[in-house]
Ligand binder design. Structure first.
Ligand code: SF4
Length: 328
């Protein structure tokens, strides 16, 4: 009898990946689920899917390598700034490292042939497989019978007859399968990745245009508040409400300058390095102008950078004065 196979699954959080686990669990295979973390999507949906599928889960942070890929994806972008083919390829490559470390036999995903226009065409699935360096070792249990047999099927470690032949955009087969496995309250498809969000994609595109070397920290910061590029291209974030003020302050690193209003109500502002005295004055001017101080009034703000701290004074101006510095 063939030995028990071990598979590692990529769970993004949708029903399809839960069903892929369920289909494989029918074959008594050892399974481990991975879910990835970047500034653009987090692990919570994948972890929840893992709980529903009753599979051991592991979150994997690929922020830095994902951002580098995003700057120059080999297969381009989808409708926004979503490099889906390269993103899948990267996840599979990262998963491949874990596969080797764990001594597992194959990777699997919940992908369904022809379900999505860009990433789930037959040639895209093949491109992703090539990018991952795992040709023949990626199983898509929901569409497996429509795809060439994987190595684990050929070796008899997985019974191809128990795999499925779902394809296309209809969700009906998945709904029926969910019923068969008694899955209730499962997540609806799509939504979790902010690279498909138009306003965030525009903002990120602008950041990368101005600063092609932008780091994960900068990308994380532009998710909150208004983003300004000061005249010498220093990035400065200004909260739009109390929760953004708190978020920006909590995300500020040791080399970031945090500016806070003291004499009037006003936004918290974080200046990212490198920043000099001119940047501090310009950022203070923006922050004061977006606060409650009357136009033309000079206001004191407090700044802190790591252990250092001090005051800076700025005059409130009309917001239009800074419009050219605001990024999307
Ligand atoms: S939508 Fe986002 S997370 Fe999903 S494949 Fe595309 S880039 Fe990656």
């Amino acid at each position: 009898m063939a030995r028990k196979a071990k598979g590692i699954g990529l769970l993004s959080g949708g029903l399809d990946s839960i069903l892929a686990v369920k289909v494989l669990q029918d074959q008594q295979i050892d399974l481990l689920g991975l879910t990835f973390v970047t500034p653009f999507f987090g692990p919570s949906e994948g972890m929840a899917a893992g709980r529903m599928a009753e599979i051991e889960m592991r979150p994997v942070d690929i922020s830095a390598v994902h951002l580098e890929m995003l700057k120059n994806p080999r297969y381009g972008y989808g409708s926004r700034l979503n490099p889906c083919i390269d993103c899948h390829g990267l996840m599979l490559r990262e998963a491949a490292k874990i596969l080797q470390a764990e001594g597992a036999d194959f990777l699997f995903t919940g992908e369904v042939l022809s379900q999505r226009p860009m990433s789930q065409r037959r040639d895209s699935l093949r491109s992703v497989e090539k990018l991952s360096g795992l040709l023949g070792r990626i199983l898509r249990p929901l569409s497996a019978k429509l795809l060439p047999p994987t190595i684990v099927e050929e070796e008899g470690l997985i019974d191809r007859n128990q795999l499925l032949a779902i394809q296309g955009r209809s969700r009906r087969p998945q709904r029926e399968l969910a019923q068969k496995y008694g899955l209730k309250g499962y997540p609806q498809p799509g939504g979790g990745c902010i690279l498909t969000n138009e306003s965030f994609a525009n903002r990120l595109r602008k950041l990368l245009e101005i600063d092609p070397g932008a780091s994960v920290h900068e990308v994380e910061m532009i998710k909150w508040g208004r983003a300004f590029f000061l005249r010498n291209k220093t990035l400065c974030m200004v909260g739009r409400n109390e929760s953004e003020n708190l978020k920006l302050e909590s995300l500020a690193g040791a080399r970031d300058i945090v500016l806070k209003a003291r004499e009037h109500r006003g936004p918290t502002c974080v200046i990212l390095p490198p920043a000099g005295p001119i940047d501090l004055e310009e950022a203070a001017s923006i922050a004061v102008s977006y606060g409650d101080a009357p136009e033309g009034k000079e206001v004191r703000m407090e700044w802190r950078e790591g252990a250092a701290a001090g005051d800076v004074r700025a005059v409130s101006r009309p917001k239009e004065f800074f419009r050219g510095l605001l990024i999307a």
